[in-house]
Design a protein around this ligand. Sequence first.
Ligand SMILES: Cc1cc2nc3c(=O)[nH]c(=O)nc-3n(C[C@H](O)[C@H](O)[C@H](O)COP(=O)(O)O)c2cc1C
Length: 198
Amino acid sequence: MTIQPIADEALAQIFTRARTHSVWSPTPIPMSIFADLYELARLGPTSANCSPMRLAFVTTQAAKERLLPALSRGNLKKAASAPAIAIVAQDRNYLDRLPELFPVGYDARSWFNTSPDAVAVHGERNTMLQAAYLIVAARALGLDCGPMSGFDRDAVNAAFFTELPWDAKLLVSLGHGAEPIREPRKPRLSAEEACRFL
Ligand SMILES: Cc1cc2nc3c(=O)[nH]c(=O)nc-3n(C[C@H](O)[C@H](O)[C@H](O)COP(=O)(O)O)c2cc1C
């Protein structure tokens, strides 16, 4: 079977030309894009389809004002002008949905809930995988992204999730970068350094 990569332009949009942005064009993004984004991101694989990621899209000025105080000083300005910021959260109770998401005739929760630590490790692993799918999906839909882990998790949870069992893991600014990034891309490890072919 021949391997058929997607077109070079598509690869450029998602990987080779795509950069992390922190200065944003004021051009708004349509609210409908968030549903499209989730529709794509949710299709990426997770362990036993456990799908622990939950998303809160911060788009209004009022919601932004609740979010911004939780950001680190360096991230404050980067996020303030973004048309939207996705709070990528993990549902602490994600396993409750497993019987429905992985209907195989027995209870697959036993694979995960061998200890509270194991539940958390599986949940975090799969939430962060889904966060990566979100970034790839956003780029595929023509958006730029600015992921940020520099924020006070407890403050975000207190501002947004007091009535939900959601735990904020990552913020991703979404929009159109205001200008091409002039700073060259930082080096990546070479395949020789980062890979072993066994
Ligand atoms: C999980 C994660 C957390 C990050 N946290 C921050 C952050 O708090 N502040 C920031 O300015 N950039 C943050 N970044 C952006 C990275 O520094 C940036 O994506 C990386 O240097 C690659 O840049 P490039 O996409 O332009 O090549 C984060 C990226 C990821 C994936």
